[in-house]
Design a protein around this ligand. Structure first.
Ligand code: GDP
Ligand code: MN
Length: 386
């Protein structure tokens, strides 16, 4: 969308073009990977760790924080720890951060969720998914295991990085005074967020927040309608139709249109995120979350943490605060971002390797294996994309 172009061209540039020799002797940021997962997702978690280790963390050794609404079992902990030389911590997300808050009527919420299930809203009928979205919207940054960190990089099961990342993105974010980084922006499923924008707009209005230029990224451009010549230039489309004497059908007024703005469904896809935790921990962000939460939209609708983070950014941040990691080759399920030099086609099946240790030699062999199919491409914004 044009807004992404705006972020990329006017306010934000790629941090590094091509490959660097990874600098492993620099100080580390106070940062960690954050992985929310269930025991049954072990295979997907391994895939993600293998990928991020191979393309980045074998040089940087940033720690991992694994979170779960239940206890991780011993197998999960032992296996996961084996795939990285970085420190791993495992934490439980307590009922204060997961599930229904005490102020909501559980019966009403459960009925709301059942209805969304019947209406085939994606994940709408899954109580746990609602809890997950609410956790990632308003709680993960308050988890005790994250207290010592200032930055986080979100990692999900079953993702893949396909270019090397040969610099420290946290340090670059700090150097360039960035707050929030993304690789992919997509459109939300409308039926998951019917009222999200009304509440986000209300938050902005009630707190007298004037846009710093990012909000517009989330606003549907007004359709260019031909106006009768005798109407004032600034008449709203609604007023035009209301004053039409030839109209004999009832007029439906869309409350969003009344406010003059409609959500265009755009959001940063939050399964990848590199962000400054102090922003999430700020009073402004938490006021925003509180207001959104109190509306009940995490249960009566199926608001994702992605549109929540995005609309909060729209209200509270400026385009210069956002970084587009256009050099990161990244895939999650069916959606991917390819840097200019990344292979656009589907990669061959990953070789099965008994990598139970993070041994550099094994990794190099793995790289050579991949290069037979997809020679690394060096002449673009990404590094050794394959
Ligand atoms: P999708 O990416 O939107 O299709 O949703 P996922 O199923 O990948 O869930 C998003 C993230 O939340 C992933 O990291 C999951 O492992 C995690 N997640 C989702 N539901 C639960 C849950 O009930 N418990 C835990 N511990 N993690 C969950
Ligand atoms: Mn996922």
């Amino acid at each position: 969308p044009p807004a992404i172009r705006k972020i990329s061209e006017e306010h934000d540039k790629v941090f590094v073009t091509g490959c660097l020799e990874p600098k492993t002797d620099t100080p580390r940021a106070k940062a960690a990977f954050v992985v929310l997962a269930r025991n049954k997702e072990l295979d997907g978690v391994i895939q993600s760790i293998k990928s991020i280790e191979r393309h980045f963390n074998r040089w940087y050794h940033y720690p991992y924080v694994f979170l779960n609404d239940g206890e991780f079992n011993e197998t999960f902990k032992a296996v996961v720890t084996n795939y990285t030389s970085a420190p791993c911590e495992f934490g439980v997300v307590g009922p204060d951060m997961w599930g229904y808050p005490d102020w909501i009527d559980h019966k009403v919420a459960k009925e709301g969720i059942a209805k969304q299930g019947d209406a085939a809203v994606m994940y709408g009928g899954l109580e746990s998914y609602h809890a997950m979205c609410r956790f990632y919207s308003g709680f993960f940054y308050k988890h005790p295991l994250l207290a010592k960190y200032e930055w986080y990089w979100r990692l999900e099961p079953e993702i893949k990085y396909f270019c090397d990342i040969t610099y420290d993105p946290f340090l670059k974010m700090i150097e360039h005074n960035k707050t929030y980084g993304f690789t992919i922006a997509v459109k939300e499923l409308r039926e998951t967020v019917p009222n999200i924008f009304r509440y986000a707009s209300a938050y902005k209005r009630l707190n007298n927040i004037t846009s710093q230029g990012l909000w517009e990224m989330f606003v549907e451009p007004k359709p260019e309608k031909a106006k009768p010549a005798d109407l004032p230039e600034d008449a709203l489309p609604d007023e035009v139709t209301r004053n039409d004497p030839n109209r004999n059908t009832p007029i439906e007024i869309d409350p969003e249109a009344m406010e003059g703005e409609k959500y265009n469904m755009c959001h940063f896809w939050s399964n990848f995120e590199i962000a400054r935790l102090s922003w999430f921990r700020s009073k402004e962000y938490n006021d925003f979350f509180e207001m959104m939460d109190r509306s009940g939209g995490f249960w009566m609708e199926r608001w994702g943490d992605a549109p929540i983070h995005s609309l909060a950014a729209g209200a509270l941040l400026a385009p210069r605060d956002i970084h587009y990691f256009r050099d990161f080759g990244y895939r999650h399920t069916t959606i991917q971002h390819c840097p200019a030099n990344a292979p656009a086609r589907q990669l061959p099946r990953e070789p099965f390797l008994e990598t139970t240790t993070t041994d550099e030699r094994k990794r190099l062999e793995e790289d050579q294996y991949w290069d037979q199919f997809d020679p690394p491409k060096e002449n673009g914004v990404g590094c050794r994309c394959r």
